[in-house]
Design a protein around this ligand. Structure first.
Ligand SMILES: [Zn+2]
Ligand SMILES: [Zn+2]
Length: 300
């Protein structure tokens, strides 16, 4: 398994007794990322057995409370438990002011370096194993989507051929980087000793946005896409007025983008039963799953 996405919260602005505010614990190779941090996120992390001290980067989509109110509490707890590893938080303009006010008013001392960076639409943020593309969404306040793309992986060794040709193990790392092999007797092209690397994995996160089919190019062929589905299409007028999407629109977007899998979430508290939302999205894009608290989607 190369990584996983664990759902921490699936509710829109008002939580329910079973559905919490937005948050996702996303691991991929050497990166551990928290996407959004609604109120109570630290409790979900504890309940679901996820190590919050491993998080290197936090991405906050926008400054509505259901997406960031858990952040001061989580950071406090990290410090209380003697975190020393630096943490970078990416969020919209204003997040740094909010956090500064919180920590300076409480005279809190953090045990680690906290860096808060302002997101810019169109920028690419380099993580260890992925690059995050920041995408402007359309909501009532500035809001960003994210597309995480695996950094180009190394070529895969053709071990059988390498052994047949007695290639020394010390040459393997250069071969994986694409170099040809040579010694005093011979020169062997890289293509004979390696296979091409596979398609890089990608994960898209689009929450709190009106339906934006014009972004389907940006998310084209994404492996896994999370798209908000606050309402059923019977409430499309309300979705438009509040800059949200319907489950049907989420499905349409996934189809237009030709993604592999769609996960829908950010459900209005008016829906006790989520099946109609799932059915509506699946009518447009069959490979759709509901985001459910504690559910983990494995990336193999
Ligand atoms: Zn929201
Ligand atoms: Zn919002």
């Amino acid at each position: 398994m190369r990584g996983s996405i664990t759902i921490l919260g699936t509710s829109s602005a008002a939580p329910t007794k079973d559905r919490f505010h937005s948050g996702q614990y996303f691991t991929f190779l050497r990166d551990v990322v928290l996407i959004d941090c609604g109120e109570g996120t630290q409790y979900r992390l504890l309940q679901y057995g996820l190590n919050y001290q491993k998080i290197n980067h936090i991405f906050i989509s926008h400054l509505h409370g259901d997406h960031y109110l858990g952040l001061p509490g989580l950071i406090n707890t990290m410090a209380l438990n003697s975190r020393s590893k630096p943490l970078t938080v990416y969020g919209p303009s204003g997040l740094s002011t909010i956090l500064d006010a919180h920590f300076s008013s409480g005279k809190s001392h953090l045990s680690f370096d906290l860096t808060v960076k302002e997101l810019q639409a169109g920028e690419r943020i380099e993580l260890k194993s992925m690059t995050c593309e920041v995408v402007q969404l359309e909501h009532r306040i500035p809001c960003y989507g994210f597309r995480f793309v695996q950094n180009q992986s190394d070529r895969k060794l053709n071990i059988t051929r390498c052994e047949e040709l007695n290639i020394p193990i010390s040459a393997y790392s250069r071969l994986k980087e694409g170099a040809d092999y040579s010694d005093e007797h011979r020169q062997i092209g890289n293509a004979e000793l390696t296979f091409p690397s596979g398609k890089p994995f990608s994960y898209g996160y689009m929450t709190d946005t009106r339906y934006l089919p014009e972004l389907s190019e940006v998310f084209a062929e994404t492996d896994v896409l999370y798209h908000e589905a606050t309402y059923l299409s019977t409430l499309i007028d309300r979705a438009e007025a509040t800059f949200h999407s319907t489950a049907q629109q989420a499905g349409k977007f996934a189809r237009l983008s030709a993604v592999n899998q769609l996960i829908i979430g950010h459900f209005s508290s008016r829906y006790d039963d989520l099946k109609p939302l799932l059915e509506e999205a699946r009518s447009e894009f069959p490979n759709t799953e509901l985001a459910v608290e504690a559910k983990t989607f494995e990336i193999s």
